[in-house]
Ligand binder design. Structure first.
Ligand SMILES: NC(=O)c1ccc[n+]([C@@H]2O[C@H](COP(=O)([O-])OP(=O)(O)OC[C@H]3O[C@@H](n4cnc5c(N)ncnc54)[C@H](OP(=O)(O)O)[C@@H]3O)[C@@H](O)[C@H]2O)c1
Length: 318
């Protein structure tokens, strides 16, 4: 894999910008249809050169949005450290062309203040994230999950104050139930820090945001929507059609379990694969295009363990 030592971004990276960027809700922000996620493949256990090559390829092709969270790794925090190294090695000159997000909400450090949605946790976490990523601010900071035991006002006011302190430019929330999203939307609009975006799982196998009305709510109320795990962690590609490759996420057995791969699912994946081939597409392209066609979707966050995977996935945006 070619590694550019002194990275100079491709001068053609915005050639398709008229069709590649979408407005995020009713905000001033444009996001690429395909964004890059750092949940897997960017941790301390992963080869830095590969992570770097994937981000170079992404940025060279107009992917300006990198999605992180405090606990991405493993170990926790290490994906943000990789981002910090990437800033030093490659992206400092391009900081104003990048839209970098992080989140807090899941377990991050020991004790009662390293998890969920308290002001204490969110304030400490954003500070740590900025240090690890070598950034002065993130473009977008999320509450990573709904906390049923902390008043929503406490979590939301912490997010507002983080913006007012200049540590984040915009606020997002992820995986909140619809009623809580409605509360957040009203609360944040009243404080003049409107909710930029909602992040949730959406793919051909998981249509929850459509079924719950969340996607429609975002669309009708000027909130962007970004879908995560658009390929169902790799299921919606040709990766598992003929077994479980040794180097796959499923072979690691942590987040994608082999018992999900039932005969019914394999039959469905094969049928979709045939349909995709008949249209001259890969299954991954079909899966990504389907999401991007849904009303209200701003962007999809893909993961990739290699440059060729990202290259294939970008075709869906054409
Ligand atoms: N808000 C949340 O709670 C939340 C939760 C989950 C994810 N996210 C965000 O969403 C991002 C994406 O999630 P994800 O990694 O699950 O996304 P995904 O795009 O559904 O899955 C990515 C994985 O699929 C495989 N893959 C990708 N392209 C392929 C291709 N063209 N051909 C064959 N295999 C391909 C690779 O797996 P192999 O490793 O097997 O090659 C890759 O690591 C995360 O990084 C994170 O930023 C957010």
């Amino acid at each position: 894999m070619e590694l550019k030592q002194n990275y100079l971004a491709d001068s053609h990276r915005y050639d398709s910008s008229e069709t590649f960027y979408r407005r995020c809700g009713k905000s001033g922000v444009m996001l690429p249809k395909i964004s890059l996620g750092f949940w897997h493949n960017f941790g301390g256990v992963d080869p830095y050169e590969r992570s770097r090559a994937i981000t170079h390829y992404a940025f060279d092709h107009g992917i300006t949005h990198f999605d992180l969270a405090n606990n991405y790794g493993p170990p926790y925090g290490s994906a943000e450290e990789t981002m910090g190294r990437l800033m030093d090695d490659s992206f400092k000159p391009y900081r104003d062309e990048l839209f970098i997000s992080s989140k807090a909400g899941y377990d991050m450090w020991e004790g009662p203040y390293g998890n969920w949605g308290s002001r204490k946790y969110l304030f400490a976490s954003i500070e740590q994230s900025l240090k690890r990523m070598h950034l002065d601010y993130v473009d977008l900071f999320y509450s990573h999950r709904y906390d049923p035991n902390t008043p929503l006002e406490e979590t939301l006011q912490a997010l507002v104050d983080i913006v007012k302190q200049g540590k984040a430019l915009y606020i997002g929330i992820s995986r909140w139930p619809l009623e809580a999203l409605k509360f957040a939307d009203k609360y944040l609009k009243e404080r003049d820090v409107p909710l930029l975006i909602f992040q949730d799982k959406l793919n051909l196998l998981n249509r929850g945001p459509q079924e719950s009305g969340t996607l429609d709510y975002c669309h009708d109320n000027g909130i962007g929507f970004i879908g995560f795990s658009p390929l169902a962690q790799g299921l919606l590609t040709d990766r598992y059609i003929n077994g479980i490759p040794e180097d796959s996420r499923m072979a690691q057995g942590k987040f994608l379990k082999s018992d999900m791969l039932t005969p019914e699912l394999i039959a469905q994946l094969r049928a979709w694969n045939v349909e995709a081939s008949a249209q001259g597409k890969t299954l991954a392209e079909k899966a990504l295009s389907w999401i991007l066609e849904q009303q209200g979707v701003t962007s999809v966050i893909v993961g990739a363990s290699s440059v060729p995977q990202l290259e294939k996935n970008l075709k869906a945006a054409e």
